[in-house]
Design a protein around this ligand. Sequence first.
Ligand code: IVH
Length: 689
Amino acid sequence: MSGPENPPKSAADRAAKLRQTLDLHNHRYYVLDDPLVSDAEYDSLLRELQALEADHPALADPASPTRRVGAPPLEAFEVFLHDPPMLSLENAVDEEEVREFGERAKRYLRQTFDRELEACAYVVEPKLDGLAVELVYRDGLFVSGGTRGDGVRGEDVTQNLRTVGAVPLRLRREEGAPPPPALLSVRGEVFMRLEAFGRLNRARREAEEPPFANPRNAAAGSLRQLDPAITASRPLDIYLYGVGRTEGIEFESQSALLGALPGWGLPVNPEWRRCTDLEEALARSRELLEGREKAPYEMDGAVIKVDAFELQRDLGVKSRAPRWAIARKFPPKQETTVVEDFVVQVGRTGALTPVALLRPVRVGGVEVSRATLHNEDEVAKKDVRKGDTVVVQRAGDVIPEVVAVILKKRPKGARKFKMPKECPVCKTEVPPRPEGEIVSRCPNPKCPAVVREGIRHFASRRALDIEGLGEKLVNQLVDSGMVSEPADLFALERDALAAMERMAEKSAENLIAALEEAKRPSLARFLFALGIRHVGEHLAEVLADRFGGVDALAEAGREALEEVPEVGPQVAESVSSFFADYRTVVDNLLAAGVRPAAPERPSSPEGGAAPFAGKTFVLTGTLSARPRSAAKAAIEALGGRVSGSLSKKTDFVVAGESPGSKLAKAESLGVAVLDEAAFEKALAAKKLP
Ligand code: IVH
């Protein structure tokens, strides 16, 4: 007999196979950046494993790929002890200081051990700006992990680290690699790639959540969440660069360590180099500095480490930093300059954003002449005034921002900045900020700035993606009064366009064609393009899936909206008031011939049609071709639903061997019965009999 305590061998085998396959795909995706399967295929395998584990609790495995998510939130973090301590690094701001570090090391060896060192080999690694952590593996299984903290006591963030795709839950054994040792604690940096950081911040702005100032804050803030579900939703990555305690293995050098870790599936930044002496190491760090702007992550320096561990042991540690390593710091992406004036920008939602106009300055290789001050409270907090000398910084793709004012340099009589009482564009009076809001808004929906930004958003790449409708052209169209709402775009005529300044005949034609093409967006894109507050790309998809059409969404009341998972009162309020205020804008678009396409429902993970959509299945008896959980996953992948209870509403009963009473009941209810062969045939053909 097989029950929950004693799963059939086929289920155990299938679970093992799925875990192995999922681990491999995970490694290919997160560590090697070279996926073998689509996201949808991965998801479908993961769902199958989830179903299997749910059916057979005895198959539980702490290293299962299903365990990356779903741990409950904590009240507080436990303490995580580091033994040996996690050290920090001394900094060198130029090459001379690095040479002095080399000389100091030699002197120390001479004085302490009477040992003369001619030259020694170094390893150079990029220094990423994130959060240092330790991962502990026992017998190849990830058992715990913690932040660096003060070097001795950090926070236990095990369940958050589990959600980081690049952290293997079970060590691999690549070809030629030794088996994982009994104990391996490795250290490294959790960080966020610039692209992921940009995406995260865009989503946060769309949701009107404050963006992160830089990738470091984003990484650190994401890892130190009590609710691992939040960490899981953040695109974190990790590179390992050090070792703590080990049992069953010893490394001879940093280069041997970095060479070995990938053999167990542990990600190492491939930019590390072994250099035969310090000058070569300096040359390599120069190379890294030159490549800094092109790197996919924020690099704040290069770490130069003595390669041989024996030498490292002799050199030892001075206070908190080792004598065998140094950080060659790169110049900060921060500069000082002068605030020449302020302007207040009006955004798509009418939001008023104060911006400092700066005396142009190069920051991290890019010229900066404006910096956002975010909102009124920020200006007040930093107390930035016209004429002030300020520190500006650029992080990732974030708009440059003013970090601080250098008060000593403030000119006499510099006056506090005040937000204007009326919209700088349409002069409408700005109402007081509602409680709890951080921004003031121009309340005029016809404000040319609001219209312009709305149209730009509507046409942007992630919305309707209307090629050829750039910023300048939108401005011209709005300023000339040819366009005052999105629907007007579709009424534009070739000749009128061609008559505009700097518009060639051919470009006019191309734009008309692009507009024609844009009339068939997916419903999700269409909803996103409308620019409803708090509805970013993701929520637009959720709403499209749930309501399937513009009218259904427009007519859904607040209550129906709030029933949708992920939709809270704020979004529900925003959506319903959008349709109350702007229904005609939407209707005009539909009248102009825009036809948003409803999603195929229910959407199939393969992205294709859903041939079992709307059909309910009941499984009975023993299936031989695949475990029940796999059968369930296969049905769901084709859009069908599996239920445990048989009723008149059931469409099909799938009967395996020794089916029991359900078969007789199905027959009495007149529900269609598929034997296993017919069921497998239907799955293969993606077609029901
Ligand atoms: S080695 C001696 N290597 O820099 C061991 N640290 O100031 C000290 N970091 O807390 C760490 N990349 O957060 C090392 N390749 C790298 C690093 C690195 C970034 C960070 C780490 C550490 C800090 C030291």
